[in-house]
Design a protein around this ligand. Structure first.
Ligand SMILES: Nc1ncnc2c1ncn2[C@@H]1O[C@H](COP(=O)(O)OP(=O)(O)OP(=O)(O)O)[C@@H](O)[C@H]1O
Ligand SMILES: [Mg+2]
Length: 414
């Protein structure tokens, strides 16, 4: 085989440029092929005597890193270039004269033959093959199937139609793409798992702070007031003042513990559910930042799974944090609605907005990574949700997250 030793890497390297050349040049090749095949049904051998331009064109076909196969109207091979020899593992001398179908896995043969005939009837000069199928497959001489990308062109001359197929083995590309897809999915799973672990940890710490520490402080406060009561009028003014100070300190510590616990994870999210937790979040936001939050929350009595409630809550929390940090807004409209089988969460502000839906990236260098919106997208993805952002400078920032309701209700979704 003339190109048996040609390294695959070389083919792969040239692939990108060939694709461009491939689609654009297919029709041109077809014309040349027509001229070449008219005088000679096999490619001219070195030392043959084709016209100079034909020889040149044949040299191009021979040196193409794209496999080129030309068949006649009966779909018998008339040209089989060295790249085709390499890809299919078969010498041109053996390929020429044989039916095109021998290069196609059996189960696709009939459909393929019909496609070619239909293509012939359209009169279109060239087109990409495999529009009805996700991946096309070729069949090597050794029986191995492999994925290909191909375009087909046609010409008619006095002896009938000629079809030229230009194709490329995309085994390695598909393997790389699949590996990339797998690794992306693994990263997503890892990220989802980290989110879940983090959430569980936050819940545990918030519970312990709220219940254990909170109760102990309350008990301490009760002891203190019992002590003050027991001392009655026997206390000196200094002791009384100190007891009052201690009591106030306990009160403020209880408040701090509650705040820290709620910041970690509001207990009401687990105890009362999503809607009261969002109410609390919005009120807390307004009292902290003085920005009004107009609420339209109507979940139509839908019950969310624990993980989904956490996700929706965290999305609102991150969006509100962004409003406080970036928006310079005076008002936020928070909408959570269930409409048939869809649940839509939208947080929109009237602030300064951003240049693009991933934020104002032009001002940022690659080292200034931001994770809030990315985290929102990842959280939404865990429930097959989609995130869309509508923003422009001075036109506010609106984020809409849409879910299928059943994904938010199934305990398994996360
Ligand atoms: N409500 C908003 N108004 C204006 N700009 C916003 C708003 N929300 C986000 N942005 C822009 O989008 C960018 C990305 O937001 P993102 O939450 O991903 O990152 P961040 O808030 O800057 O940092 P962090 O990773 O701590 O969340 C922000 O830096 C900001 O420029
Ligand atoms: Mg943020």
């Amino acid at each position: 085989m003339s190109t048996g030793a040609k390294p695959r890497a070389r083919l792969a390297r040239g692939a990108a440029s060939i694709l461009v050349a491939g689609t654009a040049a297919a029709a041109a090749f077809a014309l040349v092929v027509g001229r070449l095949t008219r005088s000679n049904a096999t490619p001219p051998k070195a030392g043959g005597a084709p016209a100079l331009s034909d020889a040149r064109m044949m040299a191009i076909i021979r040196s193409s890193m794209e496999a080129i196969i030309t068949v006649d109207e009966a779909q018998r091979v008339v040209i089989f270039n060295p790249a085709a020899e390499f890809v299919f593992g078969l010498a041109a001398t053996e390929a020429i004269g044989s039916p095109l179908s021998r290069f196609i896995p059996e189960r696709f043969r009939e459909a393929h033959g019909q496609h070619v005939n239909r293509f012939g009837e359209t009169g279109v000069t060239e087109r990409q093959m495999g529009q009805h199928q996700r991946v096309l497959y070729g069949l090597r001489a050794n029986g191995e199937e492999f994925p290909i990308e191909a375009s087909i062109s046609q010409i008619r001359d006095h002896s009938g139609k000629l079809y030229t197929v230009m194709l490329r083995d995309i085994t390695e590309r598909l393997r790389d793409e699949n590996a990339l897809k797998r690794s992306r999915e693994e990263l997503r799973e890892l990220s989802a798992n980290l989110q879940n672990v983090r959430e569980a940890e936050k819940t545990r710490i918030a519970r312990e702070l709220h219940d254990d520490l909170g109760q102990q402080l309350t008990a301490l406060k009760l002891d203190l007031s019992a002590l003050a009561h027991g001392l009655g009028d026997d206390t000196t003014p200094e002791t009384a003042a100190r007891l009052t100070g201690m009591s106030k300190l306990i009160d403020s510590t209880v408040a701090a513990v509650r705040r820290i616990a709620a910041d970690l994870r509001p207990v009401m999210l687990d105890d009362l559910g999503l809607v009261p937790a969002i109410e609390w979040l919005a009120n807390d936001f307004t009292s902290r930042y003085g920005i009004a939050v107009e609420r339209h929350v109507d979940t139509d009595g839908a019950e969310f799974s624990g993980a989904a409630a956490s996700t929706l809550f965290r999305i609102v929390q991150e969006a509100l944090t962004n409003v406080a940090r970036h928006a310079e807004a005076t008002r936020v409209v928070l909408t959570l609605t269930v409409d048939g089988q869809r649940c839509v969460l939208r947080i929109a502000d009237d602030g300064v907005g951003a240049l693009s839906d991933s934020g104002d990236t032009q001002r940022r260098g690659p080292q200034d990574k931001t994770f809030g919106l990315l985290g929102i997208r990842e959280r939404a993805h865990m429930f097959n949700g989609t995130v869309s952002i509508d923003t422009a400078p001075r036109e506010g920032f609106a984020m809409t997250v849409t879910f299928a309701l059943d994904a938010l209700q199934s305990e398994e979704a996360a």
